[in-house]
Design a protein around this ligand. Structure first.
Ligand SMILES: [Zn+2]
Length: 175
């Protein structure tokens, strides 16, 4: 069976679906054509033409399994905002405008006490809060996390089978 590439609203590829599934999504109004290439498929009584790439009308969030942890990724997840006092990149602290290098990674359960480099145990913190917290848990330091650290939600590609060469060209154009 012919296959169609399904994109998220943001043009990120989500998966490859069968032409039958693609047709169902088109008929339900969930997707729109994302390219001019058409694919001919056999309908009940006559032949139908559907786009080879379709795009969702409504954005969906797809959590990535095992998103890799890194210090940089934690800063990005927390958007350079201190998890304790809420100060952000560019805001003033002690008469100094904060730059990226003023932010640190805080281990909720300190490394010295068995805390790991994981999405749920690390948060972005300003140097002042990190120093104040020291070798303690937030509870011990009487400090509160503004949000619960989690694995970030990002989209990922699930391509089943081969992606035709024309789609690759199309995706390069989109990227
Ligand atoms: Zn802070």
């Amino acid at each position: 069976m012919e296959r169609v590439l399904l994109l998220n609203t943001s043009y990120e590829p989500l998966c490859v679906v069968t032409s039958r599934r693609a047709l169902a999504l088109i008929l339900k109004g969930r997707v729109e054509a994302a390219c001019g290439d058409l694919l001919e498929i056999q309908g009940v009584s006559h032949k139908l033409r559907i786009p080879t790439v379709i795009r969702l009308r409504r954005y969906i969030n797809v959590p990535r399994r095992g998103a890799r942890w890194s210090r940089q990724a934690v800063f990005q997840r927390d958007n350079y905002t201190c998890s304790y006092c809420g100060i952000r990149l560019g805001e003033k602290q002690r008469n100094k405008s904060l730059s990226r290098s003023d932010f640190t990674i805080d281990h909720v359960l300190p490394v010295s006490r068995g805390g790991k480099n994981s999405w749920t145990n690390t948060v972005c913190a300003c140097a002042v809060c990190n120093q104040r917290k020291g070798n303690r848990t937030p509870h011990e330091a009487n400090m509160r996390l503004s949000w619960e650290p989690k694995m970030p939600r990002v989209t990922y590609l699930v391509a089943s089978g081969q992606i035709p060469a024309s789609w690759k060209v199309y995706l390069e154009v989109q990227n």
